[in-house]
Design a protein around this ligand. Structure first.
Ligand SMILES: [Zn+2]
Ligand SMILES: [Zn+2]
Length: 111
């Protein structure tokens, strides 16, 4: 059976995209029955999103140097937040011995 290019509409961006004959054949060979719901761009973007853990980037003021920085979590009220540079300094200098035993990422999240 010959395949012909088909025009589908992307579920994410609502733009028409070409489902090529080659791709249709690939789907057929893989036994896939669904037609693709997204254009290749959106599929790649979706894959990238699923691959990375979604983390909120929150703009905060470093409690040490006062510079604006972003952190990959939402700080809880009252907890000091440091930029990565100050955080490294604090960790290596051991300002707070109680906290230095914790791994960097974990204590960064818990600060
Ligand atoms: Zn799309
Ligand atoms: Zn700082």
């Amino acid at each position: 059976m010959d395949f012909a290019d088909r025009t589908l509409t992307c579920r994410d961006c609502n733009q028409p995209f070409i489902w090529t004959a080659g791709e249709q054949q690939f789907y057929r060979e893989k036994g896939l029955v669904n037609v693709p719901a997204r254009c290749t761009d959106c599929r790649a973007a979706r894959k990238a999103r699923l691959g990375l853990h979604e983390r909120p980037q929150t703009e905060v003021i470093c409690a040490e140097c006062g510079e604006t920085t972003t952190v990959p979590f939402v700080p809880r009220n009252g907890n000091p937040v440091y930029c990565s540079r100050c955080f490294d300094q604090i960790r290596t200098q051991g300002h707070d011995p109680g906290q230095t035993q914790v791994g960097g990422q974990v204590s960064l999240l818990e600060l």
